[in-house]
Design a protein around this ligand. Sequence first.
Ligand SMILES: Nc1nc2c(ncn2[C@@H]2O[C@H](COP(=O)(O)OP(=O)(O)OP(=O)(O)O)[C@@H](O)[C@H]2O)c(=O)[nH]1
Ligand SMILES: [Mg+2]
Length: 400
Amino acid sequence: MSSVGYIIGHEVRRQEVRVFCYISSPVSAAWKLQVTGGVRGVSSSCTLCAKARGNPKKREMSEKQLTRHFVDHRHVKLVAGSGGKGLCSFHSEPRKEWGGPDGGNGGDGGSIVMKADRFVKSLAQILPIYKGEDGQSGGSKNCYGRNGSPTFISVPVGTVVKEEGRTIVDLSEHGQEYLAVFGGAGGKGNRFYLSNENRAPMTATSGMVGQERILLLELRTMAHAGLVGFPNAGKSSLLRAISNARPAVAAYPFTTLNPHVGIVKYRDYEQVAVADIPGIIRGAHLNRGLGLSFLRHIERCRFLLFVLDLSTPEPWTQLQHLRYELDQYDPGLSQRPQAIIANKIDLPEARKKLETLRSHVTERVIPVSALTGQNTEELILHLRELYDGYLQGEGKPTRW
Ligand SMILES: Nc1nc2c(ncn2[C@@H]2O[C@H](COP(=O)(O)OP(=O)(O)OP(=O)(O)O)[C@@H](O)[C@H]2O)c(=O)[nH]1
Ligand SMILES: [Mg+2]
């Protein structure tokens, strides 16, 4: 493990104080840092800090507005440009009446290319139909027509392109391109057909039509960790507490309708992306609740954070149901590296339930309170451990 330090504190702008808790060994520190009570002020994750970090003048968008701006799948028809016509013409000038064929070729039609762009966040701006630029027709005096320029469609990083249910390409890196449809070849002018046998060809061909395809674009959120839990478990509150993201929080189920990604920053400039996934209920794989549509976002997450609600009578059954739903969607999905987060530890009867939960599961359980920020440091440090383990496994760091 490197000797870099880990930041546990952020600035609290409202109070004009900067408090940092700096520790050199993240693994051992996770256990040393059972911070409670008065020491809580140093946390990056207290709600006070979280609120102070935001721009007070900027009005937050409601979940309804956010949903309007977020589209995670779209059908698109792509028609590449057609090739330009070749021309049939003969050179003629004073005293040179039979100057020979001089009809130029038509230009090639423009292709359509999909390009992953990390600044594009949703597929909302994707149009239903794209038409590539046609090539220009050939001209006299052996002038060739101009090729149609390629059309670039910017899509978010993490877009999967499918055709008739088959995955064609996964645009998972910024700048990655996929040439989706080829432009038609330009036609030949009559000069092209000049030969010793035929000194005055009258043939000129028209350009080929561009390729045409109907593709399905699917966005799968790119994040290192995914917060998975029942509605109202406090996933959005937790993401607000540990990162810069601002998903809507409310006391009714299905508040979150689309995934939100927040970035947890560490002192060595490492960043871990955490996604808040809409709530899962029993039968989600049968399209109950918000259904399957968002389970695909979990597929991308390298590790899972199961968020359990300690205010429910049996939080451990939630865990079984969540794992079952994930496995129904994609067998083995629930086996990814994970942490179990017992949320709402601030509630009176939560401590007792925490002990029972621990006796039901073999994995490590991290009790937190997203509302008060209690013990979120342990979660942040454990997240880093999972991330470091993932980097070691992959061999190279991935930055999205
Ligand atoms: N007491 C207490 N309440 C909490 C805590 N975390 C969240 N809540 C409350 O639980 C309710 C639901 O919180 P959300 O963060 O919207 O829950 P969610 O899991 O994102 O819910 P969905 O988006 O519907 O899936 C809100 O009223 C929160 O204030 C906590 O740690 N303690
Ligand atoms: Mg939510």
